[in-house]
Design a protein around this ligand. Structure first.
Ligand code: CLA
Ligand code: PID
Ligand code: PID
Ligand code: PID
Ligand code: PID
Ligand code: PID
Ligand code: PID
Length: 312
């Protein structure tokens, strides 16, 4: 296809730049400017809306391309192979082309809103500047091909199951865990702190398992889960907490996407996370909330998971 061909040209123009970026640099965990969690949530919300509007099959293929690319990483900077670099660009170009232009521009504008204008120049200063310019020229040509292949209307909204066992169980889980949700400091910057003692490549192995799980999910249910998050963001209070109804809908939607993949795929995520999250992190989270509320939430979760497993 045209986007695939254009991705090869984009690769010619951008792979030198890709090799020079230090993908393992911890700086990419920082906010790209001053820390503004509610504005950042708005930017993420725009990404969620774009993801929900995208063609689910193309999203899966993009997840697969990322998984494959993680498998061909080499060298201290963490760069993937030239072929996989091109394949990721092609897959993302197709995802972008599957949503209306305005959804893409909404992400761009919202991200710009939380990005200090000095950040791009700083990023450029870390690589060979001429290679960054060459990559950007390549991107500008690529985007014209994407625009020429872009849809003008989003894919249909998801179908949301009703009256299913997971939906019923989500009500009990949400009642048991909403007090815990209200105890959590959602606007803290602690969630942007590095995981103690872990390197970027170690962390990437756990993210890779999530990508694999995402790629196996039922596309309609994943879209429904994204839509539920978007709705929930729309009802947050000043502390970032969503309404009980929207929280319940998120739990139901996530239970359903978990049930749509094999148990082992879920456990692979859990086990890889357990390897990179030191118990001190979990204990620290626990120390900041009412312990009774956390225990009630945990009890609710362990009951919920049996319902999920039964329909998995
Ligand atoms: Mg989510 C999970 C935040 C968007 C899909 N997500 C999580 C949690 C965290 C979070 C609260 C990971 C950390 C954790 O486990 O804490 N997500 C979060 C934010 C946003 C977002 C702030 C922004 C909009 N997510 C989002 C989108 C999608 C997902 C758009 C795609 C549709 N997210 C997704 C999945 C999962 C998460 C599939 C998880 O599995 C993970 C999670 O919650 O695992 C348990 C603990 C969790 C909480 C504080 C909230 C849930 C409370 C539960 C139901 C009960 C509590 C149990 C117990 C006390 C703690 C967990 C014990 C542990 C051993 C499992
Ligand atoms: C400017 C001025 C003109 C010239 C110009 C110009 C530049 C415009 C530009 C630009 C626009 C632009 C857009 C970019 C957009 C990037 C979008 C990224 C989206 C990320 C997403 C992430 C996610 C996920 C995911 C799916 C999940 C949801 C999420 C489901 C269902 C200014 C040059 C034309 C770069 C969507 C993918 C996992 C949130 O106009 O004169 O330069 O760049 O998890 O969804 O699971
Ligand atoms: C524009 C203007 C509108 C019209 C429009 C438009 C186009 C927007 C577009 C577009 C956005 C867009 C984005 C693309 C992004 C590609 C990103 C590729 C990333 C590849 C990576 C590969 C890798 C790895 C990996 C992880 C490793 C690092 C690596 C670590 C820690 C402008 C059409 C709407 C194409 C990251 C995965 C292995 C490097 O908006 O008018 O057309 O395309 O090895 O991580 O090691
Ligand atoms: C300039 C002037 C214009 C021309 C121009 C120009 C240059 C702009 C530039 C540039 C922008 C730019 C951006 C870059 C962005 C790279 C982003 C990389 C992200 C990597 C991540 C890696 C990671 C992980 C991971 C999970 C870990 C955290 C991390 C935990 C909990 C100035 C040329 C356009 C290079 C996210 C995945 C392992 C961080 O605009 O005229 O030159 O470069 O370790 O999670 O630990
Ligand atoms: C233990 C001991 C027993 C008792 C027990 C026990 C506990 C087990 C547990 C537990 C397992 C468990 C699992 C959990 C799994 C969470 C999984 C999260 C996945 C997140 C993903 C994120 C993503 C995306 C997304 C889609 C994108 C890709 C990504 C596409 C196509 C120990 C109690 C049984 C909590 C997948 C969603 C946006 C990466 O066994 O005695 O306690 O918890 O962007 O994909 O776009
Ligand atoms: C288990 C054991 C195996 C069998 C198995 C199994 C089950 C795994 C499961 C499961 C995992 C799982 C995960 C669930 C997670 C739910 C998370 C809910 C999060 C809700 C949020 C709501 C909100 C918002 C929002 C953003 C705001 C904050 C909030 C800010 C900054 C165990 C079956 C495989 C259900 C985050 C979105 C508006 C609070 O593995 O043997 O069954 O379920 O307002 O952000 O303000
Ligand atoms: C313990 C002992 C057992 C019993 C138990 C127990 C407790 C475990 C616990 C607990 C785990 C736990 C986890 C919590 C996790 C909260 C996660 C919140 C994530 C929020 C995010 C928000 C954000 C943003 C956002 C984007 C911004 C950055 C942020 C930028 C660029 C110990 C009870 C089981 C509470 C990610 C989205 C706005 C950070 O196990 O016997 O008690 O709690 O602002 O992006 O700015």
């Amino acid at each position: 296809d045209q986007i695939g061909d254009a991705a090869k040209k984009l690769g010619d123009a951008s792979y030198d730049f890709a090799k020079e970026v230090d993908w393992n640099n911890g700086v990419f965990l920082q906010a790209p400017g001053s820390f503004q969690p509610l504005k950042a949530l708005k930017a993420i919300d725009k990404m969620i809306e774009m993801g929900a509007a995208a063609d689910p099959e193309l999203l899966k293929k993009a997840a697969d391309a990322h998984h494959k690319a993680i498998g061909s990483i080499s060298g201290p900077n963490g760069v993937t192979s030239r072929a996989d670099w091109d394949a990721v660009n092609a897959a993302l170009g197709r995802v972008v082309a599957s949503v209306p232009k305005q959804k893409v521009m909404d992400v761009y504008d919202a991200v710009k809103d939380i990005t200090d204008p000095k950040v791009p120049a700083y990023m450029k200063s870390l690589v060979n500047g001429a290679d960054a310019e060459k990559a950007y020229q390549g991107f500008l040509e690529f985007k014209d091909v994407v625009a020429a292949n872009q849809v003008t209307t989003a894919s249909a909204a998801a179908t949301v199951p009703t009256g299913d066992k997971i939906g019923t169980a989500a009500k009990a889980l949400s009642d048991a865990s909403y007090p815990f949700i209200k105890d959590i400091d959602w606007l803290s910057d602690i969630y942007l702190k590095p995981l103690p003692g872990k390197t970027a490549p170690e962390t990437l192995t756990a993210i890779d398992k999530m990508i694999v799980m995402g790629s196996k999910m039922d596309g309609n249910l994943l879209k429904a889960a994204a839509e539920a998050h978007h709705k929930a963001i729309g009802s947050i209070d000043a502390t970032g907490v969503t309404s009980p109804e929207d929280y319940e809908a998120v739990n139901a939607a996530l239970g359903r996407i978990v049930a749509s993949v094999p148990k082992q795929t879920v456990m692979d995520v859990y086990n890889s996370m357990a390897k990179i999250v030191d118990p001190s992190v979990t204990n620290n989270m626990f120390s900041k909330v009412n312990p009774l509320d956390a225990l009630s939430a945990a009890k609710g979760f362990y009951t919920f998971k049996d319902v999920v497993e039964a329909v998995q």
